[in-house]
Design a protein around this ligand. Structure first.
Ligand code: NI
Length: 168
């Protein structure tokens, strides 16, 4: 089922998500809905709090639309190693019509449970490394715009307020 994606400045996006202790049918259903919602958007990643569920689950697929799907499901993901630096443009399904460059680690090692509860390790670089950092941030209530300089963030907030006013 495709779920509604919450958008900035919805306060639900600022809340920290809780670890999953047991992978139940409802967790499997959540993952299914998240994947459907991400592909329908379309997007390359989605975190559970973006659909209002405060549990530590992310889905990522950076394969692109002309490639076969390559879905990553990461439950309770943790970055266990990070190195290097990158500065690439990011967007977010929860921050429509806005993109900005964000400083991230260029390479990360991520440990998480997969949908079967098996511990998996991903060595990620470039776009996948950025996607992991971006989605894991969501689980801690952090959006990519929170990483911007004060000046850039103020410009973004002004633009967002104006867009909200124009909608009224
Ligand atoms: Ni996002």
């Amino acid at each position: 089922m495709i779920r509604t994606i919450l958008t900035y400045p919805n306060p639900e996006l600022k809340k920290k998500s809780a670890a999953i202790t047991i992978i139940t049918d409802s967790v499997r259903g959540l993952v299914q809905d998240m994947a459907e919602t991400m592909y329908a958007a379309p997007g390359v990643g989605l975190a559970a709090p973006q659909i209002g569920v405060h549990q530590r689950v992310i889905v990522i697929d950076i394969s692109g639309k002309n490639e076969p799907p390559d879905l990553i499901v990461a439950i309770n993901p943790a970055i266990v190693h990070a190195e290097g630096e990158t500065y690439e443009e990011e967007g977010c399904l929860s921050v429509p019509d806005y993109a900005a460059n964000v400083r991230r680690h260029a390479r990360v090692i991520v440990k998480a449970l997969d949908i079967d509860g098996v511990e998996r390790t991903w060595k990620a670089e470039d776009l996948l490394a950025i996607a992991f950092q971006h989605e894991i941030d969501h689980l801690d209530g952090v959006l990519f715009v929170d990483h911007l300089s004060t000046l850039k963030r103020e410009l973004f907030q002004r633009k967002a307020r104006k867009a909200a006013e124009d909608k009224r």
